[in-house]
Ligand binder design. Sequence first.
Ligand code: MN
Length: 738
Amino acid sequence: MMRQYELVERVRRYNPQADEDLLNRAYVYAMQAHGQQKRASGDPYFSHPLEVAAILTDLKLDDATIVAAVLHDTIEDTASTREEIDHLFGHEIGALVDGLTKLKKLDLVSKKAEQGENFRKLMLAVADDVRVLLVKLADRLHNMRTLHHVPPAKRARIAEETLDIYAPLAGRMGMQGMRDELEDLAFRHLLPDAYGMIVSRLEDLRKRNGAIILEIERELASRLAERGIEAEVKGRQKNPYSVWRKMERKSIAFEQLSDIFGFRVLVAASEDCYRVLGVVHTTWPMVPGRFKDYISTPKQNDYRSIHTTVVGPGRQRVELQIRSHDMHEIAEYGIAAHALYKDGRASDVSSLSSESQAYMWLRRTVEMFAERDTPEELLENTKLELFHDQVFCFTPKGSLIALPRGATPIDFAYAVHTNVGNSAVGAKVNGTVAPLLSELQNGDEVEIIRAEGQTPPAAWEGLVATGKARAAIRRATREAVRAQYAGLGKQIVQRAFERAGKPFSEDRIVAALPRLARGAVEDVFAAVGRGEMFSGDVVKSVHPDFKEERKAGPALPKNESGWFGLRKAASLVFRVPGLAAKDEASADMSIPIRGLRGDLPVRFAPNGGAVPGDRIVGILTPGEGITIYPIQSPALTAFDDQPERWLDVRWDIDETKRELYPAQIVVTALNEPGALGVIATTIGEAQGNIDNVAFRESSPDFREITIDLEVWDLQHLTTILSQLRARSVVHKVERVNG
Ligand code: MN
């Protein structure tokens, strides 16, 4: 196990200014925290974070990253807390360790290959700092290097996850060296036979072609020297996993692979790359279609290099990569390359959190590998702040669902399936019952509790974050409304048949559908319910001889109970949500009807309205909706001959939420100064609201004052009326519609 002084030495080698005390304290703290814990190999657990830190010293990372690596498993696996780390090592390191703890929790979740991309995004969103990802990758690399100690059953899962998640992540971050090693380790565990076969063949090939390789290397070096180009030429072999992948992808045998051997030419400056290219192409014939210039057009992860293939000595195909040392560093270390302490000093990059040229690159790279098509705002410090407009949640089976920030379990339910959304009645988030409208967080596991035969409340439409949920709720609501209209229409039609003295039969209406220009009985009922078709016309379509005697409709009112001589046409219950606006339009406010989910327009009759306590009736207006009148309203006589338009409605007052309702009164008062003041005071003392006042001189001595009021209910209105009557300036008070 690495000694304390060895860790300090490793860091000091590239950063003489390293905080020795900090490193020492971290070493001792983590050692004590992990105590007697053991790894699967039987080694002390503490050896693991030390090895992770060592990997990161190879990448020459800053003190905070190295310390975070040493501490990376303390919060999750020991008694340590975030507060303690913050207190002992400062907030920056505390935040890094915290990020690693969050990522570790994600390990418990199954990661399927098809959701690898989303999982990487989730990691980025959770990590929040690029250094957290660097430690995480080093952590995974060490775990992969020691995978043979882990029980075989667990091995395959970890290796697969490495191929699906971590190796591509390293690649996206431009860390080719890390990627190659992760891939080869995973490959070796997943397909040991294939791995062994490829390794031994590569070895054979190297032995057989050793002479040619040396020859090419020498020839290339001397040609370059002739032109005065200083270059480093290295033969290289593809790693086993990439050979395997190529064989798989192209379905070819090992022998058919042409480019297993390659050379890398490293030069000082990028101009030199093109000079090398000139030498190569004038020495050997190039293979058409294999030339790529990633210097003028870098890859997404900022990889830059020239690639070409030539037919070399012995007609051997030779692949060449030509790049500068700087380009090579980026190709190998990617993001980490820019945290390097060059030439033993920190140059202008004291840490990843400082702004610099290199750091600009880092941000650009992170952005690019993260989300190609959305140009995000520049990142703050090392904060990734990627996908801050997204959250990633899991189903109980481990499928990853990406949602916009602010999404609720309802959005989640609809993202899984429309039927799941429509039948959602509750949710469990991380095993605990949570409101359907709570905001989801990254990594939440969401289970939707369902009940069949549900319709989503229309109000959800305004509360969800995804378009999919919104559209589905609207659709479901519309269907429910249509069903309600149809149910209502059916009752109206049944009554119309009854009144006409004809037997009601759906079958006979089916036969009459062409005459009604509708495709289904349901459509006929819905049209009647919506007020687009008269029930009398339906009767007529079945009984052409039927003559509606509209004039002789039932007289109004009343029967014993004081209710109309109508049978209950429909049992609508409506609720008034308070006054929308205090202008003309307020007479047109829409009143949601319970069960109809708000799509049926309902309004109060103009002039006077109705207040709780009034007996009320709804009048259906074709194509418009329902207007609510107090039953004493004189305006109702206009509908006497259209009984099918009368609807039985009732108040549904929520006693706990007292709301104000519109009413109109006409006060005849003495035409003298101060009269209006007395009236206003009286209404105010009785806690009525005056909305609007209009005057009319009815005679030299009297004025007629029309007052729009807001009152709680009929009793409240009656109280106001009687108190006004008690005033000496008031001659007469009447309720409009009274
Ligand atoms: Mn670890």
